[in-house]
Design a protein around this ligand. Structure first.
Ligand code: TXA
Ligand code: MG
Length: 346
């Protein structure tokens, strides 16, 4: 299959979307820009389209998909009840990078939710995604458009590099602004629970919901036999081919450790303004004090490691505070939870 890339911008007319809409209506799958990361879009009501999504990504069958809508009102087709808290959250954060898990309606096929009786719903803010969904008149199932296990795509060319030959079309709507996937909150229990951190932060959620629980899997590896709230948390994720290791500690200890443990294909990922005193090549992945700049470039840097053929990478650890969970959560998985605390070595 030939994979085409077509650029569409916010002010393009409906005609620009015709080809993508026709593909989606015919149960084909399409790379779709969103403000978080690129998604692999398919008709959420079609078992064939959903099967194609799973196949193209090589996604494990038990990992459910997020269903995307263009307006809040479309949620009523997908869920069996809309609690007040969901309305409040949507008023504050939709359209935008928040996914809510709610009890599913009969209309949503089991293949979308991987057999669960809940469904994940999100209304993205990217104008091209919203227009595409609106013009289709269908809810759109879309996981991140990477090969399963790889860093999520934040540019059309990332999607092309993972899925070339497997899907007919990638819509290029520019670089994803947020750079990490949406915050996922479950509203199925008595107290809302954060399942995946994103750029809608815990503090922001608590301002609307009151208490919010944080799932253990957000910052910890799963224990043998442990049941997961969000199936996506149990898989190796976001991993570059290089063996990444997070080094906790100050910049000086970081440089000392890296310089002592370097080999030919060792790289470092450091904060803006750093790199001096390192005897290896390095990338900067954002401003230490601005988690948005870190989240914005994280996946691009992880992909860059693969492009240059890095074998090892040492990564500066972002501060662990409640509202910076997204970057740390992704990095821990990219590093398969390899963390060295340099503070302990002093
Ligand atoms: O920003 C995003 O959320 C992007 C863009 C494309 O919208 N999508 C995305 O999808 O990140 P995906 O499939 O890569 O991640 C969805 C996560 C997975 O961890 C999955 O297990 C979880 O949401 N999930 C989906 N449905 C769920 C459900 N019913 N219960 C618990 N977790 C669910
Ligand atoms: Mg994903």
């Amino acid at each position: 299959m030939n994979t085409e890339i077509v650029k569409i911008s916010a002010d393009d007319s409906a005609e620009k979307y015709e080809y993508a809409v026709e593909l989606l209506k015919n149960n084909q799958v399409v790379g779709m820009p969103t403000e978080t990361v690129y998604g692999l879009a398919g008709n959420a009501y079609s078992e064939l389209a959903v099967k194609r999504i799973f196949e193209a990504k090589g996604r494990p069958q038990d990992n459910p998909l997020i269903v995307h809508i263009s307006e809040f009102s479309e949620i009523y087709d997908l869920v069996s009840e809309v609690p007040d808290i969901a309305k409040k959250l949507s008023e504050k954060f939709w359209p935008g990078p928040l996914t809510m898990i709610l009890p599913k309606s009969e209309k949503v096929p089991m293949c979308v939710t991987a057999g669960l009786d809940s469904v994940a719903v999100r209304c993205p803010s990217h104008p091209v995604a919203r227009n595409l969904i609106k013009n289709c008149g269908l809810p759109i199932a879309a996981p991140s458009a990477n090969i399963s296990g790889k860093p999520s795509p934040t540019k059309a060319e990332h999607v092309f590099s993972d899925l070339n030959g497997k899907i007919p079309l990638v819509i290029d709507g520019g670089e994803s602004e947020e750079g990490v996937e949406s915050t996922v909150i479950s509203l199925c229990g008595e107290i809302p629970k954060l399942l995946r951190p994103g750029n809608v932060t815990l503090t922001e959620l608590e301002m609307v919901c009151g208490k919010v629980l944080v799932d253990d899997a957000v910052l910890n590896p799963l224990k043998e036999g442990e049941k997961v709230s969000s199936p996506g948390m149990k898989y190796k994720h976001y991993s570059p081919n290089a063996e990444a290791t997070i080094l906790k500690g100050d910049y000086k200890s970081f440089c000392d450790y890296v310089n002592e443990n370097k080999s030919d294909e060792t790289y470092a990922m450091v904060f803006d303004g750093e790199g001096e005193n390192l005897e290896v090549k390095y990338f900067t992945y954002g401003n230490k004090n601005d988690y948005r700049s870190l989240s914005n470039r994280l996946f691009d840097c992880l992909r860059e490691l693969d492009t240059i053929g890095a074998k090892k990478c040492f990564v500066r650890c972002p501060e662990e505070n409640t509202d910076d969970l997204a970057v740390l959560n992704r990095l821990l998985r990219a590093a398969a939870f390899r963390v060295i605390d340099l503070g302990d070595k002093k």
